[in-house]
Design a protein around this ligand. Structure first.
Ligand code: NAP
Length: 455
């Protein structure tokens, strides 16, 4: 497995993948660690999780540098990502005891309650786009619940994967409570079949989710899937146009457009369409792709050259299908995997930019005659991860929010993840939830305990 700097094109390091025997030993060690970890009191788990937060904060600049090298994230975004991971560790350290406290239930029993027991070894298959955040938002709640974890990270961010393992060890966690396995995706099937792996979480593309869910299903192992998205942002005639344009542009450019919840389709009612398109193009024309380590850079390169070429192919296909290219759309000269901020207008169902997820800085702007058609177009997608509505009428926003098929709907704001709120999707964006009290209960045995009357 190779880490290649997507800005310079240079190979940073090659990592040998672990043998089947090594993987088996690592999973067995994790299962042994589970026996102690599940008995460790919440207070001690919380102490260690706060310590992980402290390590993250201490090392944030170095870790941001590593992300810039391995997948092109601009440094300031990398620092924010690490700070967010630290906050997530603190959040679950503080709240896990309450989220997982026994729940008394009145019944015919002398005493009955629900307890939340850990499951054991959880396999996490994770993507490169937020190499730390995606892992920590799974690991912090899962470890606090008493589970142990083995991570199979994306093959292009092995340095980040090893750093995460090191962070938990530096924080004082026992050796195998969290472990990184360096293996390619073709090896995941065998790991899922391992009898000591109890459940699987995958964040990644819909095809990867489909494959992992099928294998786990054959073993009757639970899965949580956080998959792709094509979030629709609906802009209505009573919206604050300046706010809508700024927010829509900002959201499309998060992480150079490589975010599952980056806005991807902008559905604008006819009354505002022309003005929206013009102002949006102005915003995108001011964006420069460049060195992720330069403080002036707006967006860094895409994470890999093959991914950049894929994005460009989707843009070209959309133009052939009738979309109007109004900004960007050309691969720049040089060795970097940069792709310019690109605007496609007059996008319609049936075009690649409408039907597919474009994982790069490419905006698809779509015209709708009015609210009803705009909502129908938002829902005309295989995905259902996030969505946003721009309107000056809060009651209207609430009504539309309930009609949109997505795991979250934000009003006059861009979609983001927050440890306090559940995160996940419907349709081909996956199932299950991460974060909040919902996320920590995904990988637990929800156990009924019943006491009969004792005479
Ligand atoms: P990806 O190709 O699906 O890879 C994600 C992870 O799955 C990597 O570790 C990859 O390993 C592994 N993988 C790929 N195919 C697999 C298979 N058939 N069986 C088992 N494992 C497999 O996705 P990506 O390109 O890295 O990430 C982008 C995608 O992730 C986008 O669709 C994005 O929307 C989605 N995503 C979703 C969320 C969310 O929360 N919903 C968050 C972030 C990203 P290798 O690297 O070794 O191939």
């Amino acid at each position: 497995m190779q880490s290649v700097n997507p800005y310079t094109g240079e190979t940073i390091r090659t990592y040998p993948s672990e043998s089947d025997e090594q993987v088996d030993q690592r999973i067995r060690a994790a299962d042994r660690a589970f026996r102690d970890w599940r008995q460790t009191p919440f207070a001690e788990r919380a102490r260690l999780m706060h310590s992980a937060a402290a390590v993250l904060r201490d090392r944030k600049r170095e870790l941001a540098d590593l992300m810039a090298d391995e997948m092109g994230k601009v440094l300031r975004d990398g620092v924010s990502e690490i700070e967010k991971c630290a906050s997530c560790c603190d959040f679950y350290a503080n709240n896990a005891p309450a989220f997982l406290a026994n729940q008394h239930v009145d019944s015919d029993a002398a005493n009955s309650y629900v307890a939340f027991d850990p499951l054991g070894v959880i396999l996490a298959v994770m993507p490169w786009n937020f190499p730390f955040w995606q892992v920590f938002r799974f690991a912090a709640p899962s470890l606090m619940a008493g589970n142990v974890a083995v991570l199979k990270h994306a093959s292009n961010v092995s340095g980040c994967a090893l750093a995460i393992q090191e962070i938990f060890q530096q924080a004082g966690f026992a050796q195998s409570v969290f472990g990184t396995l360096l293996v390619e995706s073709a090896r995941v099937e065998k790991i899922i079949h391992h009898p000591l792996v109890r459940a699987v979480t995958l964040t990644g593309s819909t095809p990867a989710g489909r494959s992992v869910a099928g294998i786990a299903g054959s073993e009757l192992k639970k899965t949580v899937l956080e998959l792709g998205g094509s979030d629709a942002y609906v802009v209505l005639e009573d919206a604050d146009l300046g706010l809508a344009v700024r927010t829509c542009a900002q959201s499309r450019l998060i992480n150079a457009g490589q975010s599952c919840i980056a806005a991807k389709r902008f559905i604008v009612v006819s009354a505002l369409y022309g003005q929206f398109v013009q102002r949006y193009v102005e915003e995108f024309n001011a964006i420069c792709c460049g060195d992720p380590k330069d403080g002036e850079t707006d967006i860094g390169p895409l994470a890999r050259h093959d991914l950049r070429d894929g994005v460009h192919g989707q843009v070209q296909k959309s133009v052939q299908q009738g979309a109007r290219l109004l900004a960007g759309g050309q691969i720049p000269a040089g060795r970097s995997a940069c792709y310019p901020a690109t605007v496609l207008a007059d996008v319609k169902p049936g075009m690649a930019a409408f039907d597919e997820e474009i994982f790069g800085p490419v905006a698809a702007i779509i015209e709708a005659p009015g609210e009803q058609q705009a909502v129908a177009l938002a829902n005309q997608s295989q995905y259902g991860l996030g969505a946003a509505v721009f309107t000056g009428d809060a009651a209207r926003a609430d009504r539309i929010a309930r009609d949109i098929e997505a795991g979250s709907v934000f009003v006059n704001a861009f979609v983001k993840s927050d440890a306090r709120l559940p995160f996940g999707g419907v349709k081909h964006s996956g199932y299950g939830r991460e974060l909040s009290s919902f996320g920590i209960r995904e990988f637990v045995n929800i156990k009924t305990v019943w006491h009969g009357a004792v005479s």
